[in-house]
Design a protein around this ligand. Structure first.
Ligand code: ATP
Ligand code: MG
Length: 436
């Protein structure tokens, strides 16, 4: 039976047990093999790694011969995926990276030693190896243990050179510093600040991947502050509506008030970020949430960050629901029920909470709160009493009038003004006869 092709970016996480089995087999064959990178860092921090990677001196061909089920995903980089138990274990041959011609990845790699392999990694905390077959001995060529202990994020080697090689490391620095609450060591920090403009050369997809990791966990508040402190935000959010790039003031930041301490989705994070940046650029909330303005904003954001359709729709729905809730006229009961029935209503409510916390629309949101809470135990999306088929059966011609009539009848149903189908039909016929 052929195995489905694992994609290295979406491969299932690998358990310690399965990685250990692969590592043990390599060692039985007299190879060097260690746990490497993020999993070592996480174990030393007392956290459960989401993934285990194995590094070895066995060349990729050799790895493929040693295991029955493998796939070369980056053989040029020495990376082989090994299926083991329920996991896909990433096995990488120790390597040194050659010249970086494109600011993203090395032109060549040569297979080398653990020490050189540690040196091609990005930050000292990510440059550690661990030998699980020798009492968890840590093999540290880069001072990563001391940096973990003192909670320091430090580039391995010359920071300027490392960011020039691969510009994505600029964002990775922010992500790791925020995730583990690390202080960025001064030379590394100075290099990030100086090289921040290089981020422009990184593709929107890769930037979005990093933002997804940085801006969705509870540690996003520090990531957000660091993004602007290091002037990476301007490039990451390079949509024209944000120009001229606002200087963001963390104290006034709406983003920091969105569901603090809780994980959120990228859709909500981006809606919060966009709202924050628009407010900080001097726009008023009612103007921002106006349909036309909002759509151009969302379009631009979608264009500058290549995110999935689901994420993009979630961002749009989260954001656009604010309009009717904050319009001059308070929303009627039907509008509130329609809002609550949307799958992203909780997201939009997080934005409302954030706005109120920041002193915006305080009275309106105070008014909405008990009204929305009262709907928690209510079915906000009952089946409509009548449908288009009923209108056709009653002799009406399908057309734009259908939507107008059905919307009005459904609103009446949601507000309890009508309760049975006959009342719905009577209302529909009366409305259909009325000129618009
Ligand atoms: P996470 O828990 O978020 O997956 P991680 O440390 O495992 O964190 P990965 O992106 O999975 O991060 O990469 C695995 C390891 O590969 C890193 O720990 C690091 O040693 C190395 N690495 C990854 N990306 C880079 C890069 N752009 N430059 C240098 N080394 C890198
Ligand atoms: Mg990882």
């Amino acid at each position: 039976m052929t195995q489905p092709t694992p994609d290295i970016r979406t491969k299932p996480p690998c358990s310690r047990e399965d990685a250990l089995a692969v590592l043990t087999r390599l060692r039985e064959q007299k190879h060097i093999a260690y746990f490497a990178g993020g999993c070592v860092r996480d174990e030393l921090l007392g956290r459960t790694p989401k993934d285990y990677d194995v590094a070895t001196d066995a060349a990729p061909d050799r790895v493929r011969r040693l295991f029955p089920r493998t796939q070369a995903v980056g053989q040029a980089f020495g990376v082989i995926l090994v299926r083991q138990g329920g996991s896909v274990v990433e096995v990488a041959t120790f390597r040194s990276d050659g010249n970086y011609g494109d600011g993203r990845r090395p032109d060549t790699v040569t297979f080398s030693t653990p020490e050189h392999d540690a040196q091609r990694r990005d930050f000292t905390i990510n440059g550690l190896f661990l030998d699980p077959l020798d009492n968890g001995r840590v093999i540290d060529f880069v001072g990563g243990q001391a940096d973990l202990q003192s909670r320091t994020l430090r580039a391995i080697g010359d920071p300027a050179q490392r960011f020039a090689e691969d510009h994505l490391r600029l964002l990775r620095a922010v992500r790791f510093a925020a995730r583990f609450d690390l202080t960025i060591e001064p030379a590394t920090a100075a290099a990030i600040l100086r090289d921040a403009p290089l981020l422009k050369r990184i593709s929107p997809e890769r930037i979005a991947d990093e933002l997804r990791l940085a801006l969705t966990p509870p540690t996003r508040s520090l990531a957000w502050r660091l993004l602007w402190e290091f002037r990476l935000g301007q490039t990451a959010f390079r949509s024209p509506p944000f120009f001229p790039a606002p200087s963001t003031d963390p104290e006034r930041s709406l983003f920091l008030r969105v569901s603090p301490g809780r994980p959120i989705t990228l859709g909500l994070a981006l809606a919060g970020a966009a709202l924050d940046l628009q407010i900080q650029a001097g726009n008023e909330v009612p103007a921002i949430v106006q349909k036309k303005h909002l759509h151009s904003l969302i379009h631009a954001l979608r264009h500058s960050l290549k995110i999935s359709n689901d994420e993009s729709e979630e961002m749009q729905y989260t954001f656009e629901a604010l309009g009717p809730l904050l319009a001059d006229e308070p929303p009627a009961l039907a509008a509130l029920k329609r809002f609550r029935a949307r799958p992203v209503a909780d997201n939009t409510q997080s934005l409302l909470d954030a706005l109120q916390d920041g002193g915006q629309h305080v009275m309106r949101i105070d008014e909405l709160r008990p009204r929305l809470a009262a709907l928690d135990a209510v079915d906000c999306a009952p089946a409509p009493l009548i449908t288009g088929d009923d209108l056709t059966a009653a002799g009406l011609m399908p057309g734009p009038v259908f939507k107008r009539v059905l919307d009005a009848v459904y609103d009446a149903q949601l507000e309890g003004r009508i309760g049975i189908r006959a009342e719905g039909l009577a209302m529909a016929l009366q409305l259909a006869r009325k000129p618009v």
